[in-house]
Design a protein around this ligand. Structure first.
Ligand SMILES: [Ca+2]
Ligand SMILES: [Ca+2]
Ligand SMILES: [Ca+2]
Length: 219
């Protein structure tokens, strides 16, 4: 068995029996190689592949252990992959960079996820000014905060610094649109994990990308 990107010369004809893709399972990332390759398992027809309820992949001949795996440079945590950029750019550019890597700016779905990120940023930040973009913006409609998947911010799961978001528009009102993008991080550690703030989207910051892991047979 090989991961598909390691094994392009596969024959789908070999997989003619039913292959089930439960919607909650990750896409099938293993195929059978047509030609002998080191480490590959070669099975006779007919080969049946299916996922069980826990997204374990089975064939009729053996159970295939799979586990989530992140690409190099990404960190696996809580079933997701995270990428902490080392270059600084605007919120929009940072989002484009995450998407070009197959992810998006991070969406924080739980206190546990915020806790993980808050701790990692303490280690990653060069100084307390070295903040990171997250996937939260109110640029479409003022004070209506949306995550990058267009879901509204759950008001019972926010980690704003006290006094934020304040939509500051400059000392003399020179930025009329105000602050519409969210960033986070506190080098010395945030009280009660509260380290989000709104800031001008054109500011250059590092960023946190998130995406789902791939399946690996190398567990
Ligand atoms: Ca998330
Ligand atoms: Ca705003
Ligand atoms: Ca602010």
């Amino acid at each position: 068995l090989y991961q598909v990107h390691h094994c392009m010369s596969v024959t789908l004809g070999l997989l003619s029996p039913v292959v089930v893709f439960p919607p909650l399972c990750l896409p099938l990332s293993v195929l059978f190689c047509r030609y002998p390759r080191p480490g590959a398992v070669h099975l006779q027809n007919p080969v049946h592949l299916h996922y069980d309820d826990n997204c374990n992949l089975y064939s009729n001949l053996l159970k295939v252990d799979t586990c989530p795996k992140c690409e190099e440079g990404w960190e696996l945590h809580g079933g997701k992959c995270y990428y902490f950029s080392t270059t600084k750019s605007t919120w929009n550019q940072s989002r484009d960079d995450c998407r070009s890597k197959g992810g998006d700016l991070v969406k924080i779905d739980s206190r546990e996820e915020q806790s993980f990120l808050e701790l990692r940023l303490r280690q990653k930040m060069d100084s307390d000014y070295d903040k990171f973009w997250i996937g939260l913006t109110d640029s479409k409609e003022e004070d209506k905060w949306l995550w990058v998947d267009d879901s509204p911010l759950n008001t019972s799961l926010t980690f704003w610094i006290r006094g934020e978001p304040d939509n500051w528009n400059g000392r003399n009102g020179e930025v009329p649109e105000g602050e519409d993008c969210a960033a986070m991080g506190k080098k010395s550690g945030a009280a009660d994990l509260k380290c989000w703030f709104d800031i001008f989207c054109k500011k250059n910051y590092k960023s946190i990308c998130e995406k789902s892991p791939g399946l690996s047979l190398d567990c």
